[in-house]
Design a protein around this ligand. Sequence first.
Ligand code: LER
Ligand code: MN
Length: 272
Amino acid sequence: MKSAVTVCLVPEARSGPFVFHGDLERACTRAAELGFDAIELFPPDAEAIDPRSLRQILHRNRLQLAAVGTGAGWVARKLSLTDPDPAVRHRAQQFAAALVDYAGAFGAPAILGSMQGRADGATTREQALAWIAEALEQLGPRAHAQGVPFLLEPLNRYESNLFNTLHQASLFTATLRTRNIRLLADLFHLNIEEASIPDALRTAGSGIGHVHLADSNRSAAGFGHTDLTAAVAALREIGYDGYLSAEVFPRPTAEEAATQAIRAFRTLTAAR
Ligand code: LER
Ligand code: MN
């Protein structure tokens, strides 16, 4: 398994669960010094950072790009793939597609998290899922053309009512024509929704394409009370060899969260 740390460049998500905020250069320098393998990026959109300058910064720091989040589409622009307005859904789709291409050029997958929206008001669950399916049938093949999967992230009940568990999301992706959707297991959301985190990970098995490593309180691994040793043991059992990406609050400071995240990563993944 490989380590990653989150870098958020979206002013509207300043208080969000990301270790580094605002300064890409500094975040990458520090991530490299601490020994992370990669960064996970939350950009404002696909145009905000010139891919050539990102490539230079990553190369200079010997970092990979683990994944790219599309959350700014929702947080900054209120774009959702389940908006009742077809024009908004279309813009949401274009926003996500552009980030699939951007990330794909770095060999990284894009993530559908908060842009999945929710079923409420006049939008039935059936309708919302039909819209998500329509979007994924395009985003999956688009990512495949870049040689990467597309990531669907189940969220806890306070953020969405579409997919709260890995199993719900697996059942849904099994109904799609595209075989290129993988699940993002965010251990913060799993801690709220799953009966057993290790069992949920084992059941999802090879369907898991990315992991957000966070403790019960969404602080760095080891700063809360989730049994992350059991979670990582389950990931090892299913042969998961992707990223454990620290998507956590910068508590008590970004520096301390990052230092704890890499220390915990090393302890959790040490050969046994
Ligand atoms: C949101 O709670 C989250 O976990 C992000 O990874 C998705 O935007
Ligand atoms: Mn997450």
